[in-house]
Write a protein that binds this ligand. Sequence first.
Ligand code: ZN
Length: 212
Amino acid sequence: MTPRLIAAIRLDGGRLCLDFVNTIHDRYAVAVEDYLATPERYAEWARRVGAVEADETLALPRSEAGRARLMADMRALRDALYRLLAARLDGFPLPADALRVANKWLLAARKDQVLASDGRLVLRAAAGDASLPLKRIALDLVDTLAGADAGRFKLRRCANRSSCGWMFADTSKNGRRRWCAMETCGTASKMATLRRRSSTRSAVAAQDGRPR
Ligand SMILES: [Zn+2]
């Protein structure tokens, strides 16, 4: 299968860290499609979502070992974030091992934070730092948890429980957004409900028509 274009990837999370955990196409699939399967795709995605800004550069490692390490770091942080956000969503305490991973990247991010001349705290990584997006994502997790606590949005998991598993920040007025996106999971789920209803109806009709 040709990998889908990074430009075609849906960004329905509404937050950087949520779009990051949503780079697994379908968490319920047996064979998982990972949007960030190579360092090049990771870099392109990071650029697209703004985890690397226009004046920043990413120098991807050239050695196989370096590339493998970057991918392992990326996957470990993504997995940790997914578990932390899932625990928060489900009302469980945040798992300690996932916290350790997130804290490692937070510490790395804080070491790169400086107070800029405009009085803002900014992340200023070394030129080419390939883990810059991971640092920015770890910082965004903190903002996201704080934003959810402050009631600025609700953290939600897509209501499609058969083939999605994405998470999103619900900023809708009534706070009742159910799907990562109506045009993907919303429509698919409505079609499935209709199919179920019509097959129940035809089963009932078949039963009624059966000779007694
Ligand atoms: Zn969905």
